[in-house]
Design a binder for this molecule. Sequence first.
Ligand code: SAH
Length: 348
Amino acid sequence: MKKILQDLSFAEIEALILSFGEKKFRAKQLYEGILQGKAITAISSLPNALKERLLEEYEDAPVTIRETFYSADGTEKYLFAFADGNLVEGVLMKYKYGYTQCVSTQVGCRMGCKFCASTLNGLVRDLTSGEILSQILLVNALHKAETQGKGAEARAVTNVVLMGSGEPLDNYDNTLRFLRSVCDERGFGMSARNISLSTCGLVPKMYRLADEGIPLNLTVSLHATDDVSRARTMPVAKAYKIEDILKACEYYFQKTGRRYYFEYTLIEGENCDEAHADALIRLLKGKPCHVNLIRLNEVKERELKALGDKEAYRFLGRLEKGGLSATLRRQIGVDIGGACGQLRNSYL
Ligand code: SAH
């Protein structure tokens, strides 16, 4: 595979352009083209000789959208293809306050969670920062017309969640580089406060992230209230205890002043009767956190069943009565289905 321009910061692009003996302003033109989601060959401001020089070493279009699915509720689902033919999924959710894009950080995943389709075939490879960023640049370009704000502030994609395939903290360096790059004021300029990073709870990396000084929303996939049950659906629970995850969250709060989030997917007969609600309340009450209850997307390769709607609301009510801040995540885009890695699997 050739190199990827989207992996580079503006300063690195500038150094590259100067090393070619080109004028500095070419770096700006190139970087602008990249931010507009363009392939090198499509950046019309650049002279052909420079494009050819770049194409000797760099991918013309390291990420492309292979297919798009449109939901009646406006949600869009994408199948992204990389230069080596690998595929990942992404979703764009349209809310009143802006567009939230769900991006992938790895092709596949090695965490092995029992409810998740992305991990069925294990980890294929890490994505580079530029491959993560490109997912956003492409989708943002598609929706240019709906852009909010003006000039350098103009962005259609206003929020990003790292909740596609992969475990972001298992691909730490690329994910960090991506975060710095998407937040770079000279670049895409997204606010870290509009980014949510979801992790299955890799404790040492959570501490490291807290020390980076990036005020993003940290979200931990909890899905259970004790370590033994958690290990039934999440093998990572054998490596890290809930108690230690909570300490790492507390450290995150101290360092960043940001409250943290927990995802709790409701799996029938597994984690959502009254005793579980009460255990969750005991675990989290008084902590600066919010619980997002998620309906299980049933994966056909797995046996697990989703909890009914009425029961889900009852579980939510019990948490709220117990003093937790919690919401039941609205289900959108169900008609384009195949959440959580199921689309890619159907292609494989
Ligand atoms: N590796 C990260 C991101 C995973 S995807 C993590 O573990 O947090 C984001 C969320 O979707 C996680 O909470 C994950 O546990 C959850 N999830 C995965 N498969 C799901 C499914 N089939 N139904 C509902 N939620 C699922």
